[in-house]
Design a protein around this ligand. Structure first.
Ligand SMILES: Cc1cc2nc3c(=O)[nH]c(=O)nc-3n(C[C@H](O)[C@H](O)[C@H](O)COP(=O)(O)OP(=O)(O)OC[C@H]3O[C@@H](n4cnc5c(N)ncnc54)[C@H](O)[C@@H]3O)c2cc1C
Ligand SMILES: *[C@@H]1O[C@H](CO)[C@@H](O)[C@H](O)[C@H]1NC(C)=O
Ligand SMILES: *[C@@H]1O[C@H](CO)[C@@H](O)[C@H](O)[C@H]1NC(C)=O
Ligand SMILES: *[C@@H]1O[C@H](CO)[C@@H](O)[C@H](O)[C@H]1NC(C)=O
Ligand SMILES: *[C@@H]1O[C@H](CO)[C@@H](O)[C@H](O)[C@H]1NC(C)=O
Ligand SMILES: *[C@@H]1O[C@H](CO)[C@@H](O)[C@H](O)[C@H]1NC(C)=O
Ligand SMILES: *[C@@H]1O[C@H](CO)[C@@H](O)[C@H](O)[C@H]1NC(C)=O
Ligand SMILES: *[C@H]1O[C@@H](CO)[C@H](O)[C@@H](O)[C@@H]1NC(C)=O
Length: 610
């Protein structure tokens, strides 16, 4: 162990063998003033990726409010299958709290979505939301990144120019067809969009198990026109269907988070890195000198306040809700909000906390007669078999987290019901940008002749409604006030009603007629008129946890812009925001690949100018 890796990190290096008592002693033993080249606030998805890269040439402190998920949540966060059935995914106001791992955020009542307050899970642990997400890995479309490049006037954001950073972040392992044992779940992908020589830290692989329910529902989606995409979803096209890979380490089928990948790499004894991790430590405010240069942060560990000084820069990676919160608490945000809360104004940036994009989905349920993964884990005997498969060669039901995904622009017959305004809003998106994502899954049924309750969901990828994040006081102890803004623009409801009809079309496909059992369970056959469908959607819409864009990148001086294309906050120096809050719109589909890519890209920018 190198001596420049400090106390807290010794514990992390000691792998899981150490007792948590020793662990706690060291964590809480060392809060106190200290100084580093870079201070990264938030040891989440982006935070650990950028900290790991910066630590190759400078000293870096990571300030993380949570602990270690391997200790705090064990198998539930490590074993892929549990990631799909975890209580984090509960979204109702009365949800099972897991406060050692989750921020326990609740939205404001959603006036256009049944007045519901949504529980919106966000990882509070090393790894952040990469430690609780459902592990699907794919990239956005070439056209979506081109839109970003054009908006920023910076062609380094074109898909071709971003590809080296996507490649650098991860290592792809081809599917193990013997372990998958599902010749009917064909994996197609383009290996040239991954780097098979200089492998990056994040592990990306296909599950060694296929859920039979998904294989059937995939057929239904294929027969309504969403054919298998020949190159998968990481080559700049996100259209049609694909068995996509997950962020799973194929060596032992465990979750690959930013912690188990990037941080572990930075702590590898064979590498020269200088990184210190402060666990259970919350940054309460960013500090600036008289020239408005960020010089560090006030950090609170178990009620002790101290100062971590940044000799070069502060990187804020606290996520889509907490990064805008901390900016506002530190004097950066809409002037009226700051004044209202008696916070001195350092930089009046009206865009901070605005422009929240959120993709939402609904489910349609029917009974089916084929098993799903849960069916194979229903009894202790079955679990014993599955444990043997999992621990002997990383296969079987526990080893997989997914996933068949299917995307489309709504076909012409679905568009005839859209208003001219909605049609025109949709035509503003790039031609390769899918409007809807369909996900097939299932859970065991308690009813005799229904083996599985099958689920086909539809997610809106072109939301026009916008939400916001603000503060209710000048104190970090009051949570951010989150208005998701769901369905406040009527275009979103119209598009989802059209998507609902596509989901029913899939359910009624002759390809699965032999396995469907009984009538529709949710919402039920009585729901047929557009207005009834819309009200079902308003009552049941859920988050897919892809919220973004509350500290949007943009050109200097442009309305709403918070950071420039190198993630530097306008109006101050020495401060960047690097996380899913900075993309000015939600890239279509699942965001984690883009978050890792951004961390790599900004790290490279910093290295160039250091
Ligand atoms: C349940 C769920 C399922 C998802 N499924 C998928 C999926 O299958 N595929 C996919 O691509 N994406 C998925 N996502 C989305 C994806 O995981 C997130 O977009 C991404 O991880 C966000 O990364 P981030 O760096 O912006 O924030 P995070 O990873 O959330 O990191 C923020 C970190 O900052 C810390 N923090 C916050 N405030 C402070 C403070 N004041 N002081 C110190 N630390 C602080 C937090 O504890 C956290 O560790 C999912 C997300 C969730 C929640
Ligand atoms: C820590 O730093 C702060 C700010 O520079 C200072 O006010 C405080 O006295 C320091 N604490 C200790 C214990 O040195
Ligand atoms: C695919 O193969 C699996 C495993 O043999 C089987 O359980 C499932 O029913 C098949 N699905 C389809 C659509 O044929
Ligand atoms: C100012 O504070 C009041 C009362 O706390 C609140 O109702 C109002 O919305 C706030 N305005 C802004 C711009 O934050
Ligand atoms: C994996 O292990 C299980 C249980 O020991 C065994 O049945 C199976 O054949 C093994 N699969 C492969 C591909 O080795
Ligand atoms: C909608 O657009 C169509 C075709 O562009 C046009 O013919 C029609 O008049 C428009 N309807 C309304 C209400 O504007
Ligand atoms: C399922 O079982 C119930 C009760 O036995 C029966 O009434 C119903 O018709 C069955 N449904 C189908 C689709 O077989
Ligand atoms: C994870 O936890 C350990 C210790 O409690 C058990 O021995 C394992 O069987 C368990 N694994 C799974 C897949 O549940």
């Amino acid at each position: 162990m190198k001596d420049h890796i400090r106390g807290f990190v010794l514990v992390l290096c000691g792998v899981l063998a150490r007792s948590s008592t020793q662990d706690e002693q060291v964590h809480y033993g060392k809060p106190g003033n200290a100084s580093y080249d870079y201070v990264v606030i938030g040891g989440g998805t982006a935070g650990l990726a950028i900290a790991s890269r910066l630590s190759e040439f400078a000293s870096v402190a990571v300030v993380e409010a949570g602990g270690r998920y391997e200790q705090d949540n064990g198998n539930q966060s490590v074993v892929p299958y549990y990631g799909l059935v975890t209580p984090f995914l509960a979204t109702t106001e009365e949800y099972p709290h897991q406060s050692s791992m989750d921020w326990d955020l609740l939205s404001t009542p959603q006036s256009s979505a049944g007045n519901r307050r949504m529980h919106y899970a966000q990882g509070k642990t090393l790894g952040g939301s990469s430690a609780i997400n459902t592990m699907a890995y794919h990239r956005g479309t070439a056209g979506s990144y081109q839109r970003l490049a054009d908006l920023l006037g910076d062609q380094s954001f074109s898909f071709d120019n971003l590809l080296p950073f996507f490649k650098r972040s991860c290592a792809l392992t081809p599917p193990n067809l013997a372990k998958r044992a599902a010749p009917n779940a064909t994996v197609l992908y383009n290996p040239s969009t991954f780097d098979n020589i200089l492998q990056g830290p994040l592990q990306v692989s296909w599950g060694n198990w296929v859920d039979p329910t998904q294989s059937w529902l995939a057929r239904a989606l294929q027969t309504i026109g969403q054919k298998l995409n020949p190159s998968g979803f990481s080559s700049g096209q996100v259209n049609g269907g694909a068995w996509i890979p997950s962020t799973i380490d194929p060596k032992d089928a465990t979750r690959s988070s930013s912690e188990s990948s990037y941080l572990k790499l930075a702590l590898d004894e064979k590498r020269t890195t200088d990184i210190t991790v402060l666990l259970r430590s919350q940054a309460t405010k960013i500090l600036f000198d008289e020239e408005k240069k960020a010089v560090g942060a006030v950090v609170s560990t178990e009620g002790n306040d101290y100062v971590i000084t940044a000799k070069r820069e502060v990187i804020l990676s606290a996520g889509v809700f907490h990064s805008p919160q901390l900016l506002m608490l530190s004097g950066i945000g809409p002037a009226a909000t700051l004044t209202n809360n008696s916070i001195p104004i350092l930089s009046d940036l009206p865009g901070v906390g605005q422009n929240l994009w959120d993709q939402i989905f609904f489910n349609v349920l029917r009974g089916i007669s084929v098993p799903n993964t849960g069916t194979y884990l229903a009894t202790p005997d079955q679990q014993a078999v599955a444990l043997q498969q999992y621990y002997s060669n990383a296969s079987g039901p526990y080893s997989s987290a997914g996933g068949y995904l299917s995307f489309e622009k709504l076909p012409p017959q679905s568009r005839t019901s859209l208003s001219n305004r909605t049609t025109s809003l949709l035509s503003g998106f790039p031609s390769d940008w899918p409007e809807i994502e369909y996900i097939a899954s299932g859970f065991p049924s308690g009813v005799a002749n229904i083996t599985t309750i099958g689920v086909i969901s539809a997610t809106l990828l072109t939301p026009t409604s916008r939400g916001s994040v603000t503060i209710s006081s000048a104190s970090i102890s009051d949570p951010p006030v989150i208005d998701l803004g769901w369905l406040t623009d009527e275009a979103d409801g119209e598009i989802l009603v059209a998507a609902f009809k596509r989901v029913r079309e899939a359910w009624n496909s002759p390809a699965i007629a032999s396995i469907t059992v009984g009538p529709e369970i949710v919402p039920g056959d009585s729901v047929t008129s557009d207005s009834d469908i819309l009200s079902f959607i308003r009552q049941s819409a859920q988050p897919i946890w892809h919220a973004s864009s509350t500290c949007a990148m943009g050109k200097r001086g442009e309305k709403g812009a918070v950071v420039d294309s190198k993630a530097r906050v306008f109006g101050v120096t020495g401060l960047r925001v690097v996380d899913n809050s900075i993309t000015p719109f939600s890239v279509p589909g699942h965001p984690q690949s883009t978050v890792y890519m951004l961390a790599e890209k900004i790290a490279a920018d910093i290295l160039k100018t250091k």
